[in-house]
Write a protein that binds this ligand. Sequence first.
Ligand SMILES: Cc1ncc(COP(=O)(O)O)c(C=O)c1O
Length: 481
Amino acid sequence: MSGDDDGPLYLRIADGLKRLIDRGDVALGTVLPAERSLARSLAVSRSTVVAAYERLKRDGWLDSRRGSGTWVRRPDPSPERVDAVATGRLFLAADGQRGRPATGPGALPPDTIDLSVAALPATRAVRRAIDEPHGPELDALLAHHGYLPHGLPELRAAVAAHLAGRGLSTTPDRVVITTGAHQAISLIARQTVQPGDSVIVESPTFPGALDVLRRFGARAVPLPLDDQGVRTDLLEDLVLRSGARLLYVAPDFHNPTGAVLPLARRETIARVAERTGIIVIEDQSMADLDLDGDGLPASIASLAPDGTVLTIGSTAKLCWAGLRIGWIAAPSDWVMRTLATKTVADLGSPLLDQLLAVRLLEQVDAIRAERAEELRPRRDALVAALRDRLPDWEVPVPSGGLSLWVHLPSGNAEEFAELALEHGVAVVPGPALSVDDGNRRAIRMAYVDEPARLVEAVGRLADAWSRFEPAPPRPSARLLI
Ligand SMILES: Cc1ncc(COP(=O)(O)O)c(C=O)c1O
């Protein structure tokens, strides 16, 4: 992905070193060359290396003692950093959308057009499912004591059928219902991650996955993307070098890029999982948002019969995030421990939401079609407006999902996002979605608003951009000979 090759030189050196440490190319404890000698070999000034080392020390990647030099360490997991990342901002932004002025740090100013949240209001089917009489099924449910950590059997059957539609053969007893896909990631992390463990994470990615994995003390090792999705050609080497036990990928309409991972790359992940034993989280949260009807290649789990692939999904993106219903489809030897972890976490997800989810999954094809109808004009309006008003920006068109992943031709996305906010548009800068603060020229823009609002947002962004990057000076009108 472009975007990592910009920024001040000292930061690029610091990032490069972090990547080498993450990949295991520079072992922990390695004493780094003295500043002057590294400066000489990189042909940069000594002050650049000093600044790079300072940055790495500040972030906890290096330590030094007089007389002993500067050596490589791992930063301590930092809860403050976890709390400060993008998911917290999402909630504040969502408060604003409910008509209440959002308050507190990170709250959006009034009249902001919020392109930072990749989630939609409830589909009409949710309202219909709530309004429909529930009669006997509700009575049967209310007659039960209400603790069902495994999940409502009808919903587990509906999820198994839903996954069968994607070619993944599973059974209701291998499905565990979770409180959103977010909890699914958390339950898996709780079973697999010890503080200090390396976990390979696609980068950029869904920021909630980064939050959760870091909260469990994982060292996230970035697996970069190109325009087709994660670079699976790098995977096996990365697994072997980093010693990672867990891999997190979202192959279907990836958040934020919308990329659909081609079949061959899915097969590579499946083979690496089988060969190395790395546990794979296959996040299908966006899989039902197929805007162009192109369909999806087989799921990674269906391609890896001898690997451990935990498939997770959710009704949040298709139906409504407020339902908080997700799932894990696990190989049979993982069911009991997943169930035990779920029981310890919360004794089960809310049953009334599960009842609604059963009804919604019964009409999943109609809801998919409705969502695609709703989203296509929004995506197209945003793309057209960007190409019209900001022709220098790189705007790939995803075939599904909820967001565009655009690249600025120059400058720094974090700085631009600040300026965009002052102009009344909230976007997410690439580093907030990236493992190593990379993707510095990328921004995520969700196309979940009405087309007219999206066009208005682009007008504001174009305004911001004209101030952010002043036009090059015009040639002088005076003829100079
Ligand atoms: C890829 C991905 N996974 C998981 C989630 C969280 O989903 P849920 O609301 O079901 O917890 C999101 C939400 O943005 C997402 O984009």
